[in-house]
Ligand binder design. Structure first.
Ligand code: PMT
Length: 213
């Protein structure tokens, strides 16, 4: 099968020297890419900037901003049987990126940046990108994990949501381990804390089961 995976953070420019980003290391997405390639699938990895080595044997599409990631996914998702969106995409970007470095004001103690919503890549996969394959999203939550994940499952027309609690330091963002709940129409499957590599294999087995049912 061909599996498209998004990973890592996005980077949204403020001015030529500053940006908005988040704590995603890319570990979860890269573990999925590595596991899928090891299982013999063709992997398209669309990734924001990370410190990680690109797994052997994957087609690597590096991107920076949420807009770049949207365009890359829109372009490549046509080839995919399964799409798994593990990236932490910025929900907001600058309304207008400043052309020159924003100078510190001598007489104002506060600075207000005007942000606008980015496009939802996962939420656009079905209608705007006409994706008919198996669609898997993540839900990074600090409260109401299952309720919020279930909302995302429906709102974004997914077959599966991988829910993780990102309020804990030992799992989620940047950690080597994760603890997840697989949320689908069939119900909820909680998985105990384990390495991202191990959980990547479990997520992929579930994805392939959904894709071949
Ligand atoms: O990279 P690591 O350090 O290993 O950390 C892993 C992780 C915590 C980043 C990962 O497990 C995870 O939860 N990824 C999703 C992060 C996220 O942005 O979740 P969300 O609940 O805000 O978004 C829901 C889904 O919509 C996600 O699949 C996201 O990729 C997608 N999305 C969000 C916004 C947007 N503009 N476009 C999107 O496609």
């Amino acid at each position: 099968m061909t599996i498209l995976i998004t990973a890592g953070p996005t980077v949204e420019a403020i001015d030529p020297v500053r940006y908005l980003t988040n704590r995603s290391s890319g570990k979860m997405g890269y573990a999925l890419a590595e596991a899928a390639a090891t299982m013999g699938h063709r992997v398209i990895l669309v990734s924001g900037p990370t410190q990680l080595d690109v797994p052997d044997g994957v087609d690597f599409i590096p991107v920076e901003s949420a807009d770049d990631m949207y365009e890359a996914v829109a372009n490549w998702i046509k080839k995919a049987d399964i799409a798994i969106m593990a990236a932490a995409v910025a929900d907001y970007k600058m309304a207008q990126v400043a052309e020159q470095k924003i100078k510190k004001s001598a007489d104002q103690d506060t600075l207000t940046l005007q942000l606008v919503k980015t496009r939802d890549i996962l939420g656009s996969a079905r209608q705007q990108m006409n994706f008919t394959g198996t669609l898997i999203g993540f839900a990074a939550e600090t409260e109401k994990l299952i309720t919020n994940a279930r909302n995302k499952l429906q709102r974004k027309n997914c077959d599966l949501i991988v829910a993780n609690d990102v309020s804990r330091a030992d799992i989620g963002f940047h950690a080597d381990d994760n603890e997840i709940v697989l949320v689908s129409e069939q119900g909820e499957e909680p998985l105990a804390k384990a390495s991202k590599e191990h959980l990547a294999h479990v997520i992929l087995e579930k994805a392939i089961q959904l894709a071949t049912k």
